[in-house]
Design a protein around this ligand. Structure first.
Ligand code: FE2
Length: 373
């Protein structure tokens, strides 16, 4: 991926409106769906599988306010998802985006060097037009382009409404996907930055390295690329060398390559969200009490009660534009790979850079407990 010309910098070749959904491959979608409903408050939305004439897989679509998560399980060993699962375990394989025309999006990306996965296929039926195509990104992750603004059916052709028994839980007030982070191999971050700038016309707006984020033992480098309208934000991390194994390296080992590290979900009231998520049994990273000793000096006056933040172990960070509150779950699976971030923005468009140090130290304590440090 060596691009010679830089004429393409800063150009958006086709509008990307927002994240459309994320799709997971999981070993047992029926049970994963139960977890994401009971813990994160997602609601059943749509389904396809043998009952709808699909023989080789099942897909459950869950919805929470403006975000859609799909859980797909292959039903046979020769489905591509079976190899994917063998390599990576349960995880996110598709970060799908909403576009005006998937043919234009696909052709435009291919013309600038992207590798195709599924060529454009517009289905026209009594519900209107639905288009989908996809290209490769880091590891075995893909980006699908979804064109469904003229489609009035339920989710997508071939899906039916999903009706499941009620699960008692507390409302988590989670609104939409804020950003999705990928981990790539050491030395590859710049290539992927160039990929997103070149293929999507994205803008890089944050960059930090091991001088910003490091502990005695491990470090990371990170950049963030974004769409023109700021709706799609994709941070990319690579490990930096430390005395011991970086958390990004641990991810790469257990995921057997690059992949999605976390999805950040936006809330308008993080205190309500964290109370509900904790009541629903979500396990968050531990934050040392000492983090809160210096918090006021670091972030200045904030609207929230410091004691309440300390009790719920919510992190705070400030930049020139404002501040943000955030908290990270522990890995959601037995492989220490994918996790979820809960974030509330109060003016800040950052990612909690100031929290990385505190977070890193906290993650390393967990890593040490697993004997991987
Ligand atoms: Fe994040």
């Amino acid at each position: 991926m060596a691009y010679i010309s830089t004429e393409w910098k800063g150009k958006e070749y086709f509008p990307i409106h927002d994240f459309h959904h994320v799709e997971y491959f999981v070993g047992n979608a029926k049970q994963a769906v139960h977890f994401y409903r009971s813990a994160f408050g997602f609601e059943p939305h749509a389904y396809c599988g043998p009952e709808t004439g699909v023989r080789e897989k099942v897909s459950y679509v869950l919805k929470k306010n403006k975000q859609f998560f799909i859980f797909t399980t292959p039903l046979c060993s020769d489905h591509p998802g079976s190899d994917w699962l063998k390599n990576h375990g349960d995880g996110i394989y598709d970060i799908a985006m909403s576009v005006d025309c998937d043919q234009t999006a696909y052709d435009s990306c291919i013309a600038r060097g992207a590798k195709g996965v599924d060529t454009p296929n517009v289905i026209t039926d009594e519900n209107g037009e639905y288009g989908k195509s996809s290209i490769k990104t880091y590891g075995e992750t893909i980006h699908s382009f979804i064109y469904d603004s003229n489609y009035n059916g339920h989710w997508a052709p071939g899906f039916k409404p999903l009706d499941l028994p009620h699960i008692p839980n507390q409302d988590t007030h989670l609104i939409t996907i804020d950003h999705i982070v990928g981990n790539v191999e050491e030395g590859k971050m710049d290539e992927w930055q160039e990929f997103y700038e070149k293929v999507f016309g994205f803008t890089t707006f944050v960059r930090f390295d091991e001088t910003d984020i490091s502990t005695q033992y491990s470090a990371l480098k990170s950049i963030v690329v974004r769409s023109k309208n700021w709706k799609v934000k994709l941070p990319i991390n690579e490990p930096a060398s430390g005395k011991k194994k970086s958390q990004i390296e641990e991810y790469l080992d257990f995921n057997e390559g690059p992949g999605v590290q976390h999805v950040a979900i936006l809330t308008n009231d993080i205190i309500k969200s964290i109370i509900a998520l904790r009541a629903n049994g979500v396990d968050f990273l531990d934050v040392p009490d000492t983090y809160y000793d210096s918090l006021e000096d670091r972030v200045g006056p904030i609207d929230e009660d410091l004691e309440e933040l300390k009790k719920l172990k919510i992190l705070v960070d400030r930049d020139e534009e404002g501040y943000l509150l955030q908290l990270f779950t522990k890995p959601l699976e037995d492989r220490p790979t994918l996790f979820i971030e809960i974030i509330q923005r109060k003016g800040s468009r950052g990612f909690g850079q100031g929290n990385f140090q505190a977070l890193f130290e906290s993650i390393e304590r967990e890593q040490e407990l697993r004997g991987n440090l």
